[in-house]
Design a binder for this molecule. Structure first.
Ligand SMILES: CC(C)=CCNc1ncnc2c1ncn2[C@@H]1O[C@H](COP(=O)(O)O)[C@@H](O)[C@H]1O
Length: 298
């Protein structure tokens, strides 16, 4: 047996490996093993220092990973001190003066008055409305913006804004720093955020995470379909529907989301949702026990 087949960690190059069935060029870069033509990739240093291809390295996946990592680092850094917060979702297209827009303003204000920060996607429509309500209620107004081909920028009611290039990094922030969701009527973006939250609760990745939908006329047909088809055909359990509640007034929405956290609308501060602090992606504790100081464990 050749000792060449068991190199240590790091970037290495040896001429052959028996595992590959004979004499083939072979290299290892950390966890990645390269054989035959794949070994002809340059080293990381070559890519970094070789300026012949203009800016080529910044278009590679390893570089992207660093950019993705930096989004998490920036996001965690900006939001770590936020305190209790609720994420408010809804259509980017609702206009001032409409029921949904004004409802989002009221929700933002009520949350702010309860001492709860408001997190939105930082865009127009219901996001802008909820941020506006948070400012009017003298609370913390957060916008997690997303870079889009048609640039809209953060709405002017965002006081603490973080811009993201990647949807998935941004979505982690919505969940990690919020203690519950309020979802106003919306389109694909809103449905994506709603179903992501439901999956995280259903699979136990986050617990103690109330999800409240505002607008029975808008949401009930979807809830009816979920009950008739998803529960009916055994795709989800009937109890999965307990994950959400549907209300019609901003007061009920805020009461419901705060009640789910063991606090009252005008009750001020409350503890964190039962999220495992060791896991930055909101994994539930192994023992399933509420921690001291959390809403559930208080
Ligand atoms: C006018 C227009 C389309 C602007 C887009 N500008 C946006 N800026 C920030 N977040 C957005 C934007 N569009 C969609 N989203 C995300 O998707 C949700 C709304 O999407 P939708 O309108 O329901 O599908 C929001 O909660 C937000 O997180």
């Amino acid at each position: 047996m050749s000792t060449e087949s068991t190199p240590g960690d790091g970037e290495q190059s040896t001429p052959r490996t028996p595992a590959a069935g004979g004499s083939v060029p072979w290299r290892r870069k950390g966890p990645i093993e390269l054989r035959r033509r794949q070994t002809k990739q340059g080293t990381a240093d070559q890519h970094l220092l070789d300026t012949k291809g203009p800016g080529r390295f910044v278009h590679t996946d390893p570089w992207r990973v660093m950019r993705i990592q930096s989004e998490f680092v920036e996001g965690f850094g900006a939001l770590a001190e936020l305190g209790p917060a609720v994420s408010v979702f809804g259509s980017a297209r609702t206009r001032p003066g409409t029921l949904y827009y004004e409802s989002a303003v009221a929700i933002g204000r009520l949350l702010a008055e309860a001492g709860v920060a408001v997190i939105t996607g930082g865009g127009p429509g219901s996001m802008e409305a909820a941020n506006r309500g948070a400012v009017e209620g003298a609370g913390t107004s957060v916008g997690l913006g997303i870079e889009l081909p048609f640039e809209t920028g953060l709405n002017s009611w965002v006081d603490l804004g973080v811009n993201f290039r990647y949807f998935f990094a941004r979505k982690t922030m919505f969940v990690k720093y919020a203690h519950g969701f309020i979802v106003l009527p919306g389109g694909l973006g809103t449905l994506d955020e709603l179903f992501e939250a439901m999956v995280l609760v259903q699979t136990g990745k986050v617990t103690q995470f109330p999800i409240v939908l505002l607008g029975t006329e808008f949401w009930n047909p979807l809830v009816d379909w979920i009950r008739a088809t998803l529960v009916g055909e055994g795709m989800i359990s009937a109890s999965d529907l307990d994950l959400i509640s549907v209300v019609d007034s901003p007061e009920d929405a805020v009461d419901r989301v705060l009640a789910g956290l063991g606090t009252e609308r005008r009750g001020g501060m409350f503890g964190n949702a039962d999220v495992d602090e060791d896991d930055d992606f909101g994994m539930v504790d192994g023992d399933g026990e509420p921690e001291a100081g959390t809403a559930e464990g208080a």
